[in-house]
Design a protein around this ligand. Structure first.
Ligand SMILES: Nc1nc2c(ncn2[C@@H]2O[C@H](COP(=O)(O)OP(=O)(O)OP(=O)(O)O)[C@@H](O)[C@H]2O)c(=O)[nH]1
Length: 644
């Protein structure tokens, strides 16, 4: 069954997941009647997100907060499945991919408050989702693992939150672990961020210890949103989902005015007009409400058919009124591209449909059709990073039963011709040697500003890793100065993005025994000595195997790939040379020996001459096939090649 929206996926995926029981004690428990929201004035609302390095415990803390506020029933300690990590891939990999929203009720001094939590993903590929989530908040819980301390992404999310003017509540998590060092890490947070140690709350999200203090701090320290009920409607669209039946579901934060079912709204971005057909809050499941009031966060459905109509960062208003649009977001930019082809070429229409449907729930993927002589019809997709690519592939396989081949990832290169500039993300479109010589001024590649945090002992290994991946402008400084913790170093450098999308992250982890953390941001384009490497099977180039390589790596890459190819390509009736070439230069060669069918097997005894004749005929046949130049390369061989 093909399912389009995240919410519906949930239902399909539920059999594998522990079912979530919603508390009946909550005033909002799955009521049939819309919940009345007008009493929740701004002073009773807190909008916040949890920000942290990957795996520091955001989703676990979110679950504890949902339990403590009676939004969901308490579950056994030790169960790992998180309520807000809804996708199967998220549960399997233990990472958050898609930010989710949940509204909770918390009573303080007899007054019910609404706490709107926006869960954020932790991986660097999804930084866009993080900044998007923060835009609807006034505060953030900065979560740090008390056994690991501040990591590369802790620093980057801290800066995003500070730039957005959010009130930051520092929280040290996992204090139940024997390796936890809360006092030392409090000093580390003070020296890194200038945070007052007295403000830090120490908790164990796993056991629930200290989580009530977090709840208290959310209400006491995070400022309420501001907004006027009487002003013209102004709502900020910060996320969207896709529902098969209702179309696009937009998540909004009301700035001014009141929005109710049946109201007409208009988009500042597209100027299109809609009618609100459904309105509610995420509790974390949808609960219908009578309306959304200033400062509140909820969802609306309004007959938007295409995901592109819900422009993230858009401002919604009433038709006929003019409002100042709120500052939007920089759109997500694809950093990594790969071709996706069906293993069985006749499956292309089904695959294309599945990709389009999945992209409705993942707005950061870009799609273009692509065709390859070797792999047939397929799509070229743009992703935010390699983890994003991998997650999309897994979701295609899990949720749409797709059987696919995904080509080696490439980054968008800039080709500066004498008269124009062109971005190329498909190696087949990269200029060949003669075009390079006659028409191209230079080729530029995207670079990133990377930061690595690593214990001092691994510093040498990290420097080596950076050099072998063509890093430049290396700088380092000691963190934790004078805090008594073992010294850690922050290493900053500029690295080509193409180096990051291959094995950089795996090597970083293995060469630092898992202690290094890594983060990066865009760093523009730099001129580079790049070339197209093609692979020839029996003298013929195979388009799907072409790569763009840096000239300093061409020998290593060429040799490694022909070695790999010779292992996976099935033997043919004749000998097949496998070559890697850059321009006219052959970089590496392996020979696939012939599969020798024993044509003489049926000849018992008999004449040696007759045997020779048959063998001779076989040789001629082989030569003919070779001349025809057809190498039998099944899709499965590609599958093997593209696998790491
Ligand atoms: N011992 C211990 N383990 C914890 C605690 N909090 C979280 N964990 C574990 O740490 C791991 C990561 O927790 P998550 O809540 O998935 O972390 P996350 O930050 O949401 O991860 P991403 O969404 O991928 O960034 C899980 O195995 C949790 O069970 C804690 O207080 N103590």
């Amino acid at each position: 069954m093909l399912v389009q929206c995240t919410r519906l996926c949930l239902q399909v995926l539920r059999p594998t997941a522990r079912s979530v029981t919603f508390s009946t004690s909550s005033r909002w428990s799955a009521a049939a009647k819309p919940v009345s929201m007008e009493d929740y004035t701004c002073d009773l609302i807190r909008n916040f997100s949890i920000i942290a390095h990957i795996d520091h415990g955001k989703s676990t803390l979110a679950d504890r907060l949902l339990e403590l506020t009676g939004t969901i029933k308490k579950k056994e300690v030790g169960k790992n499945e998180q309520v807000l990590d809804k996708l199967k891939v998220e549960r399997e990999r233990g990472i958050t991919v898609k930010a989710q929203t949940a509204s909770m009720i918390h009573t303080v001094d007899g007054r019910q408050h609404i706490l709107n939590l926006i869960d954020t993903p932790g991986h660097v590929d999804f930084a866009w989702e993080v900044s998007r989530s923060m835009a609807a908040c006034q505060g953030a819980l900065l979560l740090v693992d008390a056994s690991q301390g501040v990591q590369a992404q802790t620093i980057s999310v801290f800066h995003i939150a500070r730039e957005r003017g959010l009130k930051i509540i520092p929280v040290l998590n996992k204090i139940d672990l024997p390796a936890a060092q809360p006092e030392l890490l409090a000093a580390q947070m003070e020296s890194t961020f200038g945070i007052d140690p007295a403000e830090i709350i120490s908790i164990s999200a796993k056991t629930g210890k200290g989580v009530d203090a977090v709840l208290k701090a959310i209400v006491e320290r995070i400022p309420p949103p501001s907004g006027k009920t009487t002003g013209p409607l102004k709502a900020f669209l910060f996320d969207s989902l896709y529902d098969r039946y209702r179309g696009v579901i937009s998540l909004i934060a009301i700035q001014d005015g009141v929005l109710k079912k049946g109201d007409r709204i208009a988009s500042c971005h597209t100027r299109k007009k809609y009618e609100v057909t459904d309105i509610g809050i995420m509790h974390p499941e949808e609960i219908p409400v009578n309306g959304l009031y200033p400062g509140q966060v909820g969802f609306i459905a309004c007959n938007m058919k295409e995901s592109s109509e819900a422009h993230i960062g858009d401002t919604l208003h009433r038709p006929g009124t003019t409002v100042e649009p709120m500052p939007g977001f920089k759109p997500a930019k694809a950093m990594v591209y790969a071709g996706i082809f069906p293993v069985d070429t006749s499956d292309f229409p089904k695959l294309e449909e599945s990709i389009k449907r999945l992209a409705l729930t993942d707005r950061s993927v870009t799609i273009q059709r692509e065709s390859s002589t070797a792999l047939g019809q397929g799509c070229r997709l743009g992703f935010l990073g390699t983890l994003h690519m991998d997650v999309f592939r897994q979701r295609l396989e899990d949720e749409y039963d797709a059987n696919i081949i995904i080509t080696a990832p490439t980054v968008p290169y800039k080709i500066v011709y004498k008269d124009r500039e062109v971005y190329v993300s498909n190696p087949t479109e990269f200029p060949d040697a003669s075009e390079m010589a006659s028409k191209v001024i230079e080729v530029q590649e995207p670079v990133v500003k990377a930061s690595i945090i690593v214990p001092e002992d691994y510093f040498g290994d990290m420097m080596d890793l950076c050099y072998t991946h063509r890093a430049e402008e290396l700088e380092h400084r000691y963190l934790d100065a004078g805090t008594g913790t073992s010294a850690r170093i922050m290493l900053n450098c500029v690295v080509p993005l193409s180096e990051i999308v291959t094995d950089f992250f795996d090597q970083l982890k293995s060469r630092s025994s898992g202690f290094a953390s890594f983060d990066y941001e865009e760093g523009g384009y730099k001129a580079s000595d790049l070339a197209k490497m093609v692979f020839l099977l029996n003298g013929k180039p195979v388009d799907a195997l072409a790569l763009i390589v840096h000239r300093s790596h061409e020998d290593d890459i060429g040799r490694a790939w022909v070695k790999k190819l010779v292992k996976v390509i099935p033997r043919q009736m004749y000998e097949v040379p496998i070559q890697a070439a850059v321009g006219k230069k052959i970089i590496a060669r392996e020979t696939l020996s012939a599969y020798r069918a024993d044509v003489t097997a049926g000849l018992y005894g008999g004449h040696v001459e007759r045997k020779m004749k048959v063998l001779e005929r076989q040789k001629e046949g082989k030569a003919r096939m070779k001349r025809m130049g057809t190498v039998d390369l099944p899709q499965e061989a590609f599958f093997e090649i593209m696998k790491k």
